[in-house]
Design a protein around this ligand. Sequence first.
Ligand code: FES
Length: 228
Amino acid sequence: MSDYVPVAKLSEIPPQGKKTIEVDGRFVVLFRIDGQVSCIDDVCTHDGGTLGDGELENFAIACPRHGAKFDVRNGQALTMPATEATVAHDVKVEGDQVFVRFFDEPRKTAEVARVANSDSASASPLCEEKIREALKSVIDPELFVNIVDLGLIYNVDLIPGENDKTNVNIEMTMTSPMCPAGPQLVGGSRKAVEELPGVGVVDVKVVMDPPWSPDKMTEEARDQLGIF
Ligand code: FES
């Protein structure tokens, strides 16, 4: 782990966009999405594709070579054919200056800078869609598909909380009652939603009724798993 080093100006990164930079011979991509600035290696772990040339969809970047998606906030691989995270780096922003602290290994979480600015999406109110987008960062460790596309999220309720915060109640299920990844998926879901600005208390409840079945998956998830 290095110290934070200045790498770019915030104003050089387009809102809801990205910018590839080189720092001491290392290519990384800076992202500025919904008022958050993050940084990952410009390397797809499937076969070395340059992620900076890929298409952004919310917090996911798609490798231009074979389409694997990565979470730009923590480098986690979201879809096949990539199965391993790319390296995510910590970011902080002071004024217009973006600093990055570089890491050599992939991690489950990375420090993402929240920027007080006028990115339009950051000003948008909390809503079920935003919560579901955040939950897409939680990946089933056996199927390598996010829990929203797997159809594990049954209900999302937003309830006014204290201090202008919004409490979120989530009802989710598991692909089977004995799913060994259950605690990990519940904890990951809570954390992903708690990190959203304006969120207060997050309650995640696991329900087994109705039971999960493959027809609850999105078409994208079925494609990923090769189910037709
Ligand atoms: S090199 Fe990125 S998906 Fe194959």
